[in-house]
Design a protein around this ligand. Structure first.
Ligand code: GAR
Length: 210
């Protein structure tokens, strides 16, 4: 059974999707044992509490550099014995030392079809604003392993979502969450926990179900 720790910074709807999938028995061979928030007031912590999952805070504001913050996070994660770390709306880019320590064991969800609208500074609503500004007709979500470069690690799953006439960033964000993010993230986590993901360079090979 893989020990899953979810890192959050905000509302936590992706965390909720994971908790709901777990309650339905859809996270096979894995268990969410802790949620760690970079923000003390994050609503995601309430969601964890509601599902009886212990919540922890490693407050970004308590550290003056990315290195010292990720050092503190690393300490917490090794205390929690994490096999898999899931970034579910986690606001900060992890240091190379962190990524190296958990190579191919950190999964992130991004609300666009990588390599579009991603990288440093592309977070949350901003991603959808940029997609609308550019005029693309399709966007979507990507779940990928985390590498040292932001949003550039091997892609696990992607799903396209159509842009519709009259979309605002808020409307589009909601559609991408409902149609793609909340499905892809639990699916990718379950595949990982079952040992069905194999990384070969940039390519993630997925074993078929038995
Ligand atoms: C989600 O849309 C997630 O994909 C995005 O932030 C939102 C967090 O919402 N993440 C990024 O943009 C990462 N670059 P949530 O807290 O409700 O899950």
């Amino acid at each position: 059974m893989k020990n899953i720790v979810v890192l959050v910074s905000g509302g936590g709807t992706n965390l909720q999707a994971l908790l709901d999938a777990q309650a339905r028995g859809e996270i096979r061979n894995g268990k969410i044992t802790a949620v760690v928030s970079s923000t003390p007031g994050a609503f995601a912590l309430e969601r964890a509490k509601g599902a009886n999952v212990p919540g922890h805070v490693v407050n970004r504001k308590d550290y003056d550099s990315r290195e010292s913050f990720t050092e503190a996070l690393l300490g917490k994660l090794s205390e929690l014995n994490a096999d898999l770390i899931v970034l579910a709306g986690f606001l900060y880019i992890l240091s190379p030392a962190f990524v190296e320590r958990y190579e191919n064991r950190i999964i992130n969800i991004h609300p666009a079809l990588i390599p579009s609208f991603c990288g440093d500074g592309f977070y949350g609503l901003k991603v959808h604003e940029k997609a609308l500004e550019y005029g693309v007709k399709l966007t979507g979500a990507t779940v990928h392993f985390v590498s040292a470069e932001a949003d550039a690690g091997p892609i696990i799953l992607q799903k396209a979502v159509a842009i519709e006439e009259g979309d605002t960033a808020e409307i589009l964000q909601k559609r991408v969450m409902e149609q793609a993010e909340w499905k892809l993230l639990p699916e990718a986590v379950s595949l990982f926990c079952q040992g069905r993901l194999h990384v070969e360079g940039r390519i993630v090979r997925i074993d078929q179900a038995e």
